[in-house]
Design a protein around this ligand. Structure first.
Ligand code: HEC
Length: 139
């Protein structure tokens, strides 16, 4: 019985692997897929910080789709800040003066309410350090 199952599994695997080229037939002639971003020329040696170590740029790149104007993070935080009697522009994290680097790092790694935790793949520790200093420095 075990042997029958094993042979069945192997046959299934073989059938699946034969289907691979067919599944990619639609991509034929388009050339190989691009390398993973860590291996692209703009990140020599897989060092993403080689492209930039500027906290503002990294913040806009990694957090901007939620925390620049119109982002869902900005929209939610604007509501919160206005409820606390502050002007609407305080919804933008870049305008905040009360954030410390440690607080930023904690929120990023653990998430907060509607904000999902950001992993080390989303943002490496050195990238997060730069972002936390940008947002959390005394302004
Ligand atoms: C998927 C959208 C999303 C992304 C990506 C995101 N955030 Fe957020 N963030 C939110 C939301 C939504 C909130 C508001 C949470 C709440 O309801 O209190 C928030 C809250 C925060 C707060 C807390 C502000 C406060 O007043 O306590 C900090 C700090 C923060 N985000 C930093 C970051 C940083 C830095 C990044 C990038 C590494 C990032 N976030 C990426 C959605 C996001």
């Amino acid at each position: 019985m075990k042997r029958v199952l094993l042979i069945g599994a192997i046959a299934l695997l073989a059938a699946c692997s034969k289907q691979q080229p067919a599944a990619h037939a639609a991509d034929a002639g388009k050339g190989p897929p691009p390398p993973p971003y860590q291996m692209r020329p703009e990140f020599p040696g897989g060092n993403r910080m080689a492209a930039t170590s500027d906290g503002k740029t990294l913040f806009e790149y990694h957090c901007g789709y939620c925390h620049l104007t119109g982002g869902m993070g900005t929209n939610l935080l604007t509501k919160q800040r206005m409820a606390a009697g502050e002007p609407p522009e305080m919804g933008l994290l870049a305008n905040r003066k009360d954030l410390t680097p440690d607080y930023v790092k904690t929120v990023v790694r653990h998430g907060k309410n509607a904000m999902p935790p950001q992993t080390k793949v989303d943002l490496t520790d050195p990238e997060l350090d730069a972002v936390a200093l940008y947002l959390g420095k005394a302004k």
